[in-house]
Design a protein around this ligand. Structure first.
Ligand SMILES: O=c1[nH]c(=O)c2ncn([C@@H]3O[C@H](CO)[C@@H](O)[C@H]3O)c2[nH]1
Length: 325
């Protein structure tokens, strides 16, 4: 990689819980000339954090990116909850569709995920894009470690929430936000330049059963690899949504970071329900109403919430890059 090319690329850290669609997103990022992936940080959600770390290292090795540092994130929620909800019914117990990936040769770096995030925004102030594909625990911890993190990070693209639609854990909550609602609320209101891509968007960006077969037949290394894991993810969608297609949650978020113009956004303050029936609900204030009394949404910095997506072009970009040789 010559230095001119590196200078024009976005420096990206992916916070991830691989996860089949995370694997697609990571490989997509490695295939994207616009991006310089400077590290992966791992979290729980689709799998426990230790499994996410193993899978992240494995994916780097598969892609010949052993030089990309992997920093293991927190093993618990921000507030220390150890009994975590893990979506093995979506991704398999190994996170990769029960394909039993080989043990990686590389090890995670000594810094924790949050420490790595803090160190990189300090090293490259205003230059680092964070793409958060799991619960927001590591990003929230980075805020606790460095109160200037929101000013130093360039932007944060978050896969999470369900805006004006039902969730996927229950009618109220989307999985990543449900995984650590306290962390999510902290991140959404921290003042950083944040774009949120919810399942109101990602449920429109799909790969059909036939396209999964095509991916397996093409000569691309990543395509061949992914189509071994994808049947598990496909079966989950067929069972749960009765649809002949998978939702491209995480890769869509990487595409939004590459080319935000493929989506449209509304700006407003988002808060997260912390307790009770609707724990994990993301509530976006889209009104311009002047409230009679101050609300919990007042005096917080607005963030961008994706409202529409050019689903066909986003999906085509993902497929083309994963099928590229
Ligand atoms: O706990 C989960 N339940 C689901 O139904 C579900 N469907 C998808 N996912 C994963 O969570 C993110 C989107 O909410 C993505 O990373 C999906 O892989 C889910 N996680």
């Amino acid at each position: 990689m010559n230095s001119i090319k590196q200078n024009t690329q976005k420096k990206m850290i992916i916070d991830t819980d691989p996860g089949i669609d995370d694997a697609m997103a990571i490989l997509l990022a490695f295939q994207s000339p616009e991006l310089n992936v400077i590290g992966l940080t791992t979290t729980f959600g689709n799998v426990p954090t230790a499994v996410a770390t193993r899978n992240a290292l494995h994916l780097c090795e598969l892609a010949g990116k052993e030089d990309v540092p992997v920093a293991q994130g927190l093993l618990t929620t921000l507030r220390g909850v150890v009994k975590l909800r893990v979506a093995d019914f979506v991704h398999g117990s190994d996170g990769l569709g029960n394909t039993n990936p080989p043990e990686p040769k590389q090890r995670p770096i000594d810094l924790s995920g949050p420490e790595f995030l803090v160190a990189k925004v300090q090293e490259f102030p205003g230059e680092v894009t964070v793409v958060a594909l799991g619960p927001l625990t590591n990003i929230a911890k980075a805020l606790e470690l460095d109160s200037n993190f929101p000013k130093k990070v360039k932007d944060i693209f978050i896969l999470g929430g369900a805006f004006f639609v039902n969730g996927n854990v229950n009618p109220a909550a989307e999985a990543n936000i449900f995984g650590d609602p306290e962390a999510a609320d902290m991140v959404f209101t921290c003042g950083a330049n944040i774009t949120v891509i919810g399942i109101n968007i990602t449920h429109q960006v799909v790969m059909t059963g036939r396209e999964i077969e095509e991916l397996g037949k093409c000569n691309s290394k990543f395509g061949k690899y992914l189509c071994k894991a994808l049947p598990f993810y496909y079966d989950y969608h067929l069972r749960s949504y009765n649809t002949d297609a998978i939702y491209l949650h995480d890769p869509t978020t990487v595409v939004a970071a590459i080319d935000p113009s493929l989506l449209t956004y509304a700006e407003g303050v988002v808060r997260v329900q912390q307790e009770g029936l609707c724990r994990g609900l993301t509530l976006f204030n889209s009104t311009t109403k002047k409230w009679a009394q101050p609300t919990e949404w007042c005096n917080k910095q607005p963030i961008k919430v994706a409202i529409t997506v050019d689903a066909e072009n986003v999906a085509n970009l993902i497929k083309a890059r994963l099928m590229a040789l």
